[in-house]
Design a protein around this ligand. Structure first.
Ligand code: ZN
Length: 210
């Protein structure tokens, strides 16, 4: 792993990028310029006591100094990948939360509508107030279903069972589609086939399906 020659080449390269001479670098570090020249020709390694300072001046890590290889690009790639994973995770969590919210809204609307209808039908049967309360109950149910469906459409994607294309359909498509749970019978915009579309949390295929 340790390669004096490669370390020397990297020191020289970074020093020139910074536009500083061997003499100036030496004076920064409080050493002779002969020492710097020796490093750069691969004849010696910098003393451990000044390595950190040298790395700071050259803008490289200790690992890069010792291996003589710049790993910046790989680090960037790694960081970018981590960031993408984090963004995916956030979208997934958010969509999962929205789908839970949909369930809560759906259950609340259904329970309150049924409660009102039962109360009206048993306590004041056949009265005008009963019909009025039933209308109110149906209105609550419609509004609840409307919002629940809007949330369902916005949270995540539907996946075609034939071509596995994932997309967000029009609200009307979702509203009119026959469904089993959250799976909806719709026509795929990509392959044109009808299937019971599966609700998924992310735009691309991954392990974490809903
Ligand atoms: Zn399809």
């Amino acid at each position: 792993m340790l390669d004096q020659r490669k370390t020397g080449v990297l020191i020289a390269k970074k020093r020139k990028e910074k536009n500083i001479t061997q003499t100036i670098l030496a004076s920064y570090l409080g050493i002779t310029d002969r020492a710097v020249s020796k490093w750069e020709r691969g004849l010696a390694l910098p003393d451990a006591s000044i390595m950190l300072k040298l790395c700071n001046i050259l803008g490289i890590s200790i690992t890069e100094l010792l291996t003589g290889e710049e790993t910046m690009e790989e680090n960037y790639k790694e960081k970018a990948e981590k960031l993408i994973l984090e963004i995916r995770k956030r979208e997934e969590d958010n969509n999962r939360y929205l789908l839970k919210l949909e369930t809560v809204i759906g259950v609340l609307a259904t329970v309150s509508a049924l409660t009102i209808i039962f109360i009206a039908a048993f306590l004041i049967p056949g009265t005008a107030l009963m019909f009025f309360l039933i209308l109110i109950a149906l209105a609550i149910l419609s509004v609840g279903i409307y919002f629940a469906l809007k949330i369902e459409r916005d949270a995540g994607y539907y996946e075609c069972r034939h071509c596995h294309h994932r997309y967000v359909p029009d609200f009307n498509c979702v509203l009119m589609a026959p469904h089993i749970g959250r799976d909806r019978m719709m026509k795929c915009p990509k392959c044109g086939k009808k299937s019971l579309m599966k609700k998924v949390l992310l735009p691309e295929d991954s392990e974490d399906r809903n």
